[in-house]
Structures are given as C-alpha cells and as structure tokens.
Write a protein that binds this ligand. Structure first.
Ligand SMILES: Nc1nc2c(ncn2[C@@H]2O[C@H](COP(=O)(O)OP(=O)(O)OP(=O)(O)O)[C@@H](O)[C@H]2O)c(=O)[nH]1
Length: 307
C-alpha cells in the first residue's frame, strides 16, 4: 500500500479528481454522496450535478430499484461486486424517451466502504464505459453465427436452435419439423456457369427462404447448396405444404437468374421430432435419409420419413 502521508490532502484530492473513470460514493438509500474522477471526456459526461441527488431522482423506476439492489448486494459482500448494465434514454429522467436510442454499456465495480458516509452505509461504485467492447462482442457473435455468403444462420447457430427445440420437445412435447433440401445437380451449375454463378444461385435460394417462411421458422445454410429449415411448433403435416412451397418457389427464383435456372429443381427430406429421439441428431439424420431417398427416387420431390 502506498504511504499516503507522502501526499498532502490537496494532492490526494487532485489525484482522485484525475481518475479517468468516474468513482461514485453511494449510500445504502441511493444518495450520490460524492463523485471523484470521470475525466475521460471520450466516455463520460460531467457527473458532478449528480452529487446531492438520489438514484430515484436521476433514473426511472425499474432501473433505480436495480441500482439500489446492487448497492445492498455489495454491502452484504466482503469482496468486489462486479456488474454489467446498460443505460439508455428511457432509463434517465429528464431525457426525451423517444429520442435516438443511444445505449451505453457500463461495467460497475462496487465495493462496500468500511465507514459510514452521511450517517449511512456506503459503497464506492466505479463505472467504466464498455460500450465499444460490447458492440464488438455482439458483432463477433453475429459473425460467428451467420453464413457469410447468404446471411442466413450457419451450422453452429442451427445446432444451437435444434438443441433448444429438442429440449422443448423432450420437456413439453412441443413439436418441431426439420427440412433439409438442396438444389438438384448443383454441380452442373457450377461446372457450366462457374462458381460465382453457383454462389448467386445459393444466394437466391436463401432469399426465397427469407421471403417465403414465417418469422418463427429458422432457415440455415449447412454448407454447399444444402439448406436446413427448422420449423418450431410445427408437426410434419403443417411442414409439408411449406416444403412444397419452397419446391415451387426456389426453382422459380433460379429461373430469374438466366439459363442456369432452366429446369432447376430442388429435393428435400422432411421429418419431425419423435418420442423415441435421444437428441436433435435423430431428426436431422431422418431428414437427411429422406433427402437421400428423394434423390434416389428421381429428385424434384419432398420425401417425409416417420421413423
Ligand atoms: N458455388 C458454390 N458451390 C459450392 C459451394 N460449396 C460447395 N459447392 C459445390 O456444390 C456442389 C454440390 O454438389 P452435390 O451436392 O455433391 O451434388 P449435386 O450436383 O447437387 O447433385 P445432387 O445433390 O445429387 O442432385 C459441389 O460441386 C461443390 O463443389 C459454394 O459455397 N459455392
């Protein structure tokens, strides 16, 4: 520990004032007793006007209650209480809630003080603006779950959605169907018209999925020209007409791309979660077997497998 006697009171006050992140002294009842630092103007407005006010004077109902609850938690702990929270216009009193949405993320590091302030237990609350890293985190998450060519969900995101739906089925028997389809003889499109044209066909297929499916349906690109449509809350009887619609609409969209779409068709395998399934892999495997049969039986068809 630094020997504070090396510094005069004025020097210590200057040091505290120079802290880049704002450090609030908040009492148990939510009073802003003091504010030190917060000099990094890239991230913080001047918070000095808060001193003397109470959290409910500054923040709206639910957010104010949450802040006061965090103070109580920090006071009950011996160590540091670390929290992440966001503040936007509707949280802060006196701002127009309809104004531009401008969410700021903070990490709060909250430490109980060993002495009372203004007759109350109190904490030191250091707030750090972490908006940039939160935005980057969200972007990376989105990229790690998105197929770059089509913008649909990728295999990783699909597996997560399948797991969630399997769990709902196992617990509440909530039905879900899975369609796997691909473009028939897609290799010929690539070989005849080039890989870039093949990519355009894949993108056009994804556009049809986005356009034709309900918002609750979950289209994903598994890889190559292979797509999976997860249809939550949908038994195979309701899923079949949806699959048939894709069988009409995807070739129609491919035909708009020129001669590469001449005679284009798709084949699909459809199945639904069944009581004996031990994981989502079972329904995926049945849908894949059904796709194999559709190919074997002459393509341009949707085959449904029950077991
Ligand atoms: N353009 C393009 N082609 C891809 C991509 N990924 C895989 N492919 C190609 O897609 C083709 C897939 O062909 P297959 O599914 O094996 O067979 P198919 O020709 O569609 O025949 P069937 O499925 O049996 O009707 C292969 O030629 C792959 O090289 C991609 O991202 N873009």
């Amino acid at each position: 520990m630094t020997d504070v006697s090396l510094f005069s009171n004025e020097q210590i006050a200057a040091l505290l004032a120079a802290l880049p992140d704002p450090a609030f002294i908040l009492t148990r009842s939510g009073k802003y007793a003091a504010l030190f630092g917060g000099t990094d103007a890239r991230y913080y407005h001047d918070g000095s006007a808060l001193v003397g006010k109470s959290i409910p004077d500054v923040l709206n109902g639910e957010k104010a209650a949450w802040f006061i609850a965090q103070i109580a938690i920090a006071l009950a702990k011996t160590g540091l209480h670390v929290i992440e929270y966001q503040l936007n216009r509707k949280d802060v009193k006196g701002l127009d809630a309809d104004g531009p949405e401008d969410t700021i993320w903070f990490e709060g590091r909250v430490q109980a003080l060993e002495y009372r302030v203004q007759g109350e237990d109190a904490v030191l609350w250091v707030a750090s603006n972490i908006t940039a890293s939160k935005k980057l985190e969200a972007l990376l998450r989105m990229q790690s779950e998105t197929d770059a060519l089509t913008g649909l969900a990728n295999r990783r995101k699909l597996m997560q959605a399948l797991t969630d739906n399997y769990e709902l089925f196992a617990r509440y028997q909530t039905p879900a169907s899975v369609l796997i389809f691909d473009i028939d003889k897609f290799k010929n499109i690539n070989d005849t018209y080039g890989h870039l044209s093949g990519d355009k066909a894949i993108q056009a297929t994804a556009d049809v999925c986005r356009r034709e499916l309900r918002t609750t349906d979950f289209p994903a690109r598994l890889g190559g020209d292979e797509f999976v449509i997860l249809m939550p809350h949908t038994g195979w009887e309701q899923a079949k007409p949806i699959a048939e619609r894709l069988r009409q609409k995807v070739p129609a969209a491919l035909r708009t791309l020129g001669t590469l779409g001449d005679g284009a068709t798709i084949s699909g395998g459809l199945s639904e979660l069944l009581p004996g399934d031990s994981s989502f892999e079972d329904v995926l495997k049945r849908a894949d077997d059904a796709l194999y049969r559709a190919k074997r039986d002459g393509r341009n068809r949707i085959v449904h497998l029950e077991a």
